[in-house]
Design a binder for this molecule. Structure first.
Ligand code: NCD
Length: 360
């Protein structure tokens, strides 16, 4: 079955097809208003979310479908001790497609292993957020007219920010895309990720520590919030919380056609004065996000019989464990431990992609 857990569960061609359908839906929503009549989207949100959950809800309503689910896990069976796998299995009896957000990494993958219907990852810890990536791609396409030959600056919390991780994985597949990583030392892109995705993939990645050093080269500036909820302590968060602020003076150094994106919510990282700049695309991005989610729901139901790359080549090994403490396999020992062998021989956890280690 076709799920969207990791951005690369969609081939580049499938991704382009979804973006193109999202654009067609944006241009003529009335033509799609009845296409999901009597279909149901189940939303399993174990972590606070306003825009993503409402964007999914609005998307399904816009297609004439219905939505059921929960926005607060304290009211769900999880409070009685139900596992994510069981909850997904149960709700998949009531809905045609599921969207799940969870603070633990790998929870949507586990849901995809038990669900009877396609599962969409709506954000898992610091790991992935593939529907935000589709939103980012449609926005770049609409604002700049292409997804290749772009210099993309990713600024802020590159360590804990799942949106940046998914965006880099997806954009690395377009020709001539270069990344400039703008972050303080403490919030750099994790070393393993950089090696796996950037270095092995031959993707140009330059690291800098200020916006001013990079902004004049950029076609896209992707701003992110420092992910307060993922820090081990308040002090560590306080030290970096206002590390970068994009303001009118910095925008004056940028290209005339640059697009500023932000997954939102914004805290202090973009001064309000930037909102009036025509290059500020972040509120338009919210609108495009609804249309690309409409396209995703439509295509996943159409492609139901296709398979999911992140579910390929899995094996169990009782002598192995995942090394990521934030992985669902470590936080909830009922979760089956499954592994995958990377092309270079490294063993990784199927849920969260972290390295596997021997239990001994
Ligand atoms: C992002 C998320 O949840 O990761 N928000 C979103 O989905 N729109 C970014 C964030 O919370 O900073």
């Amino acid at each position: 079955m076709k799920h969207l857990i990791d951005p690369t569960d969609l081939t580049r061609a499938e991704t382009d097809e979804i973006v193109a359908l999202g654009e067609a839906m944006y241009a003529n929503p009335a033509a799609y208003a009845e296409t999901m009549r009597h279909k149901k989207l189940g939303t399993l949100f174990y972590e606070p979310s306003t825009r993503t959950r409402l964007s999914f809800t609005a998307a399904m309503m816009e297609l004439g479908g219905n939505v059921l689910g929960f926005a607060d896990a304290t009211n769900a069976s999880v409070a009685k001790g139900e596992s994510v796998g069981d909850t997904a299995r149960v709700i998949s009896c009531f809905a045609d497609i599921l969207a799940i957000r969870h603070p633990l990494e790998g929870a949507p993958f586990e849901a995809s292993m038990t669900s009877l219907v396609p599962v969409i990852n709506a954000g898992d810890g610091s790991h992935n957020h593939p529907t935000q990536t589709l939103t980012d791609l449609i926005t770049i396409q609409k604002e700049l007219g292409r997804l290749d030959h772009l210099t993309v600056g990713c600024c802020g919390d590159l360590r804990y920010g799942r949106t940046v991780h998914s965006l880099i994985k997806a954009m690395a597949r377009y020709e001539g895309v270069r990344f400039v990583l703008i972050s303080p030392e403490e919030l750099r892109l994790p070393e393993d990720f950089r090696r796996e995705v950037c270095e092995k993939g031959g993707i140009a990645c330059r690291e800098v520590t200020s916006i001013e050093e990079a902004i004049s080269d950029l076609d896209v500036l992707y701003m992110t919030r420092v992910q307060k909820e993922r820090f081990p302590s308040q002090e560590e968060y306080e030290r970096v919380k206002d590390c970068f602020v994009l303001d009118a003076a910095k925008m004056a150094l940028a290209k005339e056609r640059m697009a500023v994106l932000h997954p939102l919510p914004r805290v202090n990282e973009i001064a309000v004065e930037v909102d009036a700049d025509p290059r500020a695309a972040y509120f338009r991005q919210v609108e495009y996000g609804k249309f690309v989610r409409m396209a995703l729901i439509t295509k996943l139901l159409e492609w139901k019989e296709r398979d999911t790359p992140s579910q390929r080549g899995l094996f169990s090994d009782a002598a192995l464990r995942c090394t990521n403490p934030k992985c669902i396999t470590n936080a909830d020992p009922r979760t089956p431990r499954r592994f995958r062998r990377q092309p270079d021989g490294t063993l990784v956890c199927a849920c969260c992609d972290a390295k596997a280690a021997s239990l001994k």
